[in-house]
Design a protein. Sequence first.
Length: 62
Amino acid sequence: MICPICKKEFTDKKYRPFCSKRCADIDLGNWFCEKYTVEAVEIDEKDLEQLAETSFNSGEED
């Protein structure tokens, strides 16, 4: 496997997918500094109500 931070090949799976705690911490720091982002999708009120209704009905037994 290849570490996504330093690109070093590794076999120890303790910090998977990273090769070490250092690389895992660098990745966490990247999230904290907003170097990575996840695009948000806005949901309008109608879609929110439909989602809530669907979630509620999926819990019922037939």
